[in-house]
Design a protein around this ligand. Structure first.
Ligand SMILES: C[S@@+](CC[C@H](N)C(=O)[O-])C[C@H]1O[C@@H](n2cnc3c(N)ncnc32)[C@H](O)[C@@H]1O
Length: 258
């Protein structure tokens, strides 16, 4: 790990407004065209289900489940994100009365009882968590036997630090560069002007082995193409349309409750 690691909770207090303005409420084609429909399909929430959205942010995924009738709890470290999530409550926002409940807490020590949820999800969160094995154990612990754990990650192979589309005009080559894949590291990345966030890069095997060690059976792995609305944002995106941006893993809790 390098020295870039800072406290992610502080980062997300500072950047909650940025996240909300750019990635929620229809602003982000990846969420609108891909992640939200995919999560609805993979989790298939129905009336009476109990679902945990761990690292819920301002609650766009939690709201999706709650609006389907599932009893949904969103948990996040950031007070600013949770304040944004809570502001969606109420008929003046046009939101269903079936709103999620929100609780402050960390993925490494989820403040909920074990074996309670039919499904637990963590969407674009684990790459911000240093103690990833603890977080995955916690997702497994709170999920009932036979329930699902659904994780969406920035693709650990293709979205490494220093990865990206290279257009080499001298050598007349265009390709997707993969950074140092096996080197585990925390990097403070400037994802937008003045917006610095800590990302933990680790190889795919570390995630998959953590699922297995936590008593989770991997049922399905998805590497979708970036959606059309995202590819339309920049020529480099369109050229790299065969490089996945996200990886989704669907697991089933097979071990007995701890
Ligand atoms: C990229 S946002 C994703 C939010 C939400 N899952 C979504 O898809 O809209 C990452 C969120 O993870 C939260 N987070 C980061 N580290 C966390 C931790 N250790 N425990 C709980 N939440 C955490 C941040 O506060 C932030 O709201």
């Amino acid at each position: 790990m390098d020295d870039a690691y800072s406290d992610p909770s502080t980062e997300w207090e500072e950047h909650a407004d940025w996240w909300r303005a750019n990635f929620t409420e229809g602003m982000d084609p990846e969420y609108e065209e891909q992640l939200l429909p995919l999560l609805r399909e993979l989790v298939a929430p129905t009336l009476g289900d109990r679902i945990l959205d761990a690292g819920c942010g301002e609650g766009q995924v939690a709201r999706l489940f709650a609006e389907s009738g599932a009893g949904t709890i969103g948990c996040d470290l950031s007070e600013a994100q949770l304040a944004a999530a809570s502001s969606f409550r109420g008929p003046e926002r046009g939101v269903s009365p079936l709103s999620p409940l929100y609780v402050r807490g960390s993925l490494e020590a989820l403040p909920v009882r074990g074996g309670v949820f039919d499904a637990s999800v963590a969407v674009l969160v684990l790459e911000h968590v240093a103690a990833v094995e603890e977080a995955i154990e916690e997702l497994a612990r709170v999920t009932r036997r036979g329930g699902r754990v659904v994780v969406v990650l920035n693709h650990p192979l293709f979205q490494t630090p220093d990865s990206g589309w290279i257009d080499d005009r001298i050598l007349e080559e265009s390709y997707w560069r993969v950074g140092p894949y096996l080197a585990e590291q925390a990097t403070l990345e400037e994802v937008d002007r003045g917006v610095f966030l800590t990302f933990h890069h680790r190889p795919l095997s570390r995630y998959l082995n953590a699922f297995v060690d936590a008593g989770l059976a991997i049922e399905r792995v998805l590497e979708p193409h970036p959606p059309p609305g995202f590819l339309a944002l920049a020529p480099a995106y369109a050229q790299s349309s065969d490089i996945p941006r996200v990886l989704a893993v669907v697991c089933r809790r097979v071990a007995t409750e701890k």
